[in-house]
Write a protein that binds this ligand. Sequence first.
Ligand code: IMP
Ligand code: MG
Length: 192
Amino acid sequence: MPAATNPMRVDHAVEVLISQTQIATRIRSLAAEIASQYPHAGDGMTIVSVLAGSIIFLGDLVRSLPMRLRIGLVTVSSYAGAATTPMPPKLTWSSLANVAGRDVLIVDDILDTGGTLRLVQAAVRDAGARSVRTTVLLRKPGKAPASVTADFVGFDIDDVFVVGYGLDYDGLYRNLPYIGVLPPREREGGAT
Ligand code: IMP
Ligand code: MG
């Protein structure tokens, strides 16, 4: 049965935007760009990756990077809710990332409004990193303020809600091997 008509498949309603092959090809060229900008010896690079959306991108990217590197993981939690006063997003170091004096590459899934990256970039700078650069797999151009940028971008996409390859809707779809667009009707009750 074709995927499009099988409701048991997680991707039954997701339209492919960037295929698995396109992602693999782009990650190899992105890794080459990144590798040319970092020292390969000594402490090499220190990656600070933002959970959970970046996990698949991180896994593929680091396996294409040839130099010495360490990986730290961070979580950005936001407390939003109609009944409570919104709290500013908070950063938690989930695994030890000693970034003082290091050349840091922040890895995230997508640059959207820029709130997440602004916070992580500032935290890494404040922790005494020698250099701070950022890579994202996806960017929605024109949404983030000019002060929040990514140095290495996989793909620019339109302002649509995407899932797959680590990106989720309500915790689902992270396991799709491609980037897909989730139609609005699926976000209003179809997917729970
Ligand atoms: P920001 O708006 O740049 O702070 O993005 C915040 C986070 O929202 C990203 O790291 C993603 O995890 C998530 N996000 C933004 N756009 C999308 C999307 O289209 N699909 C799924 N998650 C998204
Ligand atoms: Mg995220």
